[in-house]
Ligand binder design. Sequence first.
Ligand code: SF4
Length: 323
Amino acid sequence: MNDLLEIKDLTIHYVTDGGTVRAVENLNLRLGHGETLGFVGETGAGKTTTALGIMRLIPSPPGVVKSGRIIFDGEDLLTKSEAEMRAIRGGKIAMIFQDPMTSLNPVMTVDKQIAEMIRLHRDVDKAESLKLAGDMLELVGIKRERMHDYPHQFSGGMKQRVVIAIALACDPGLLIADEPTTALDVTIQAQVLELMKKLKQQFGASMILITHDLGIVADICDKVAIMYAGRVVEYADKRALYANPTHPYTIGLFNSVPDLDEDRESLNVIPGLMPDPMDLPAGCAFHPRCAYATSVCSESKPEMMEAAPGHFVACPIRGRERK
Ligand code: SF4
């Protein structure tokens, strides 16, 4: 079966008076039907820009999709009209943002917000859409008698449940969740993630989960893409990547996660900072921070290579070591 989503050579820039931000550079990704992809990287790596690119929500200006293809369900989203994209957004691809208040209308009761999304994409009358809204709320663990409440009457975790209900209301094939639990208390985070995992299976949707948390990825993802300075630097099945992190940046990420079993006084943080996306280093963008770097690393951009079956890495030095 074909992949549900295939991104080919996607490049997105923000052109400002101060210079060009190279947010996403020649990005390639695949996502199969029913799979969950963890999209991991630091703030500014280009994860959210990629997600907004899929939704065709890059603010323009200053954003420009310079090149690439985003094939969803066999069709290139970059060739769709705005009207066609409106039908796809919410209907076939839904996005959950970090802060639920970004998505919720503070002056509308939650049942009406869910019903509005349903009527936008499905041929049902108002009464039916409100009934379905109540069903969706129950599905995410909110009692039907609270359906006429306003967002401010709910806690942060409950608000994010409402957002999940809106996102799943039209049974989308792809759910993109951008740091969906970062704004929530730690105890609530686990509940919301568990709910998303359960509902994703129940609805049979594919999911892209944007996060900087490798623990969350370990819990719910099938595949992992590690992103650095606008590029995917490693991509593999979760088990393969966790068993054998190969790109030096990925190794650095794993080393900087606290390990309760180890008696370490300090964490091994990756030296240096993410480069300025307006002024990326020549060659491999990671070379100023890389312990494995050689003279060639500052000269040529590393191509993605298959270090092991299904395990791709944009580092010839580490990739060859694995072969
Ligand atoms: Fe490090 Fe060179 Fe590999 Fe880049 S290409 S990750 S600098 S070893």
